[in-house]
Write a protein that binds this ligand. Structure first.
Ligand code: NAD
Length: 501
């Protein structure tokens, strides 16, 4: 069945109970109505039905959230020891696992991603991020220094929390992106005003409730739901916010960076778009490569910042690999993520489906050959067929721009040197992720050095581990999330110099 009505889903009792509640803003540990009393619908992208509502905040609500976060930062949260923070983060991880069925269903209903991925992949990743950051809470330290200035000195650095942080999330991985931002900010001792994407507010609200249950004091995590252009702007312009962490499109990222600079020069980190290359050499394990290529672009209907959307295959194996990827694409089952056995859910919205279809049409008009897919599916629900395009290259919109849909551009390369292959991979304003498929370690490491992207994967396209720094070269962003590196975003260094004699 391609389309389903919301009533066709069988929901866990905890999910049904959550959906039945009136969702307010989470401010100072309480769920409160928006000051202006406005609410907005939340839609299921598979059935296009509104299934619950959330509060729609205004800038005045953001003021209250910032004030609560500031009070917590200077009050209760400042008195919590690093060890206690670590224990709270570990408790969060346990609660995420205990409430995994509910969280996975909320994520699936709201984002359209197949339930089995939400349950088996997302819940693990989200809990793991809290556990990994729990370990860091007690290990954030400064250094001692040996100054060469005349006299006798005792000099050291303190690494201190940056303060109240504004965190703005995208709709493709709402719960993961929340965890990537909340967990390190709390490990570092910051407090938070979090804004989920308009389309996907539910798991962020539920995580904020679980945080209270985990013992994290009121006011440490505040969640405001509503329009990016209104409350996103209020957050990025707010004088009471010390730092903004953003994940989303490059265009909005540029706007946010300008706001952060022109308001109070707040610090800002940006995780932005991508157009990631996948490079396959003839000596690769081709079965693994085909599965990896298909997974990298069709998982979550291609709405993945790191999606492997530009495929470069050596001409010796091009036909074999591209035909196999196209066959795999044609065999994928597209349908509501809440119903079993679907590989791909819908894209997030009508506008997103129209945008993906417009790219496919533009590709056709510019001379691309559609090897498989290329159509929107169903009368209801925002479904798009997994699509493979050949005959694409630089200068074509499908090659140059982020589509954020299940559309792969396949291209060939010959016996070129690694600099030439790297130049093809690097011919993009983005530089987020990439993958190299080969059994030749020398080729893999030499090419890894040459590719301009924040992460290079070899014989896989994904490596979603909490310990690995993640972020972009070029227009894919500023800063690194995950790993020890993310703590740089949420801490600042103070040098203390004591003249002893
Ligand atoms: P988006 O830029 O449209 O929206 C992201 C967030 O910004 C949303 O919460 C939105 O409400 C908010 N926003 C919109 N206008 C704003 C404004 N004027 N001020 C402040 N906030 C505002 O992005 P999206 O469509 O939700 O997500 C898709 C994009 O995110 C893609 O480009 C994708 O590559 C990128 N992404 C990047 C990563 C990464 O780690 N690099 C991860 C996931 C998604």
């Amino acid at each position: 069945m391609l389309n389903a009505a919301f009533k066709d889903y069988s929901l866990h009792p905890a999910t049904a109970a959550f959906l039945a509640r009136a969702h307010g803003l989470m401010i100072d540990g309480r769920s409160v109505a928006a000051l202006a009393g406005r609410r907005r619908d939340v839609f299921d992208p598979a059935s296009e039905e509104a299934f619950t509502t959330v509060a729609e905040a205004s800038p005045e609500d953001v003021d209250l959230a910032v004030a609560a976060a500031r009070r917590a930062f200077e009050g209760d949260w400042a008195r919590v020891t690093p060890s206690q923070r670590g224990r709270m983060l570990n408790r969060m991880a346990e609660l995420i696992e205990t409430n995994g069925d509910e969280l996975a269903e909320l994520e699936c209903l709201n984002s359209g991603k197949p339930l089995q991925f939400c349950r088996n992949v997302d819940i693990f990743g989200v809990a793991d991020m809290f556990r990994y950051m729990a370990g860091w809470a007690t290990k954030i330290t400064g250094d001692t220094h040996n100054p060469s200035m005349p006299g006798e000195w005792h000099a050291y650095t303190l690494r201190q929390p940056v303060g109240v942080v504004g965190q703005i999330l995208p709709w493709n991985f709402p719960m993961n992106m929340a965890a990537w931002k909340i967990a390190p900010a709390l490990a570092a001792g910051c407090t938070i005003v979090l804004k989920p994407a308009e389309a996907t507010p539910l798991t962020a609200l539920r995580l904020a409730e679980l945080a209270l249950e985990a013992g994290i004091p009121a006011g440490v995590i505040n969640v405001v739901t509503g329009k990016g252009s209104v409350i996103g702007d209020a957050i990025t312009n707010h004088p009471g916010i010390d730092k903004v962490a953003f994940t989303g499109s490059t265009e909005v990222g540029q706007h946010i960076a300008r706001n952060c600079v022109s308001s109070n020069l707040k610090k800002v980190s940006l995780e932005l778009g991508g157009k990631s290359p996948v490079i396959v050499f003839p000596d690769a394990d081709l079965d693994a490569a085909v599965a990896g290529i298909a997974g990298s672009i069709f998982f979550h209907a291609g709405q993945v910042c790191a999606a492997g959307s530009r495929l470069y295959v050596h001409e010796k194996i091009y036909d074999r690999v591209v035909e196999a990827v196209a066959a795999k694409a044609a065999g994928l089952k597209v349908g509501p993520g809440m119903l079993p056995d679907h590989d791909l859910g819908p894209v997030i919205s009508r506008a997103q489906r129209e945008s993906v279809m417009a790219y496919i049409e533009k590709g056709r008009a510019e001379g691309a050959e559609v090897l498989t897919g290329g159509r929107a599916l169903g009368a209801k629900g925002h479904f798009v067929e997994p699509t493979v395009l050949a005959g694409t290259g630089p200068g074509m919109a499908v090659h140059d721009e982020e589509i954020f849909g299940p559309v792969l551009c396949a291209m060939r390369f010959g016996d070129e040197d690694l600099d030439a292959i790297a130049a093809r991979a690097n011919a993009s304003p983005y530089g987020l992720s990439s993958s190299i498929w080969t059994r030749d370690l020398s080729v893999a490491h030499r090419l890894a050095k040459r590719i301009q992207s924040g992460i290079v994967n070899v014989n896989t396209h994904t490596s979603p581990d909490a310990s690995l720094p993640y972020g972009g070269y070029k227009q894919s962003g500023w800063g690194r999330e995950r790993g020890a590196e993310v703590l740089d975003l949420y801490t600042q260094i103070k040098a203390v110099a004591v003249k002893l004699a």
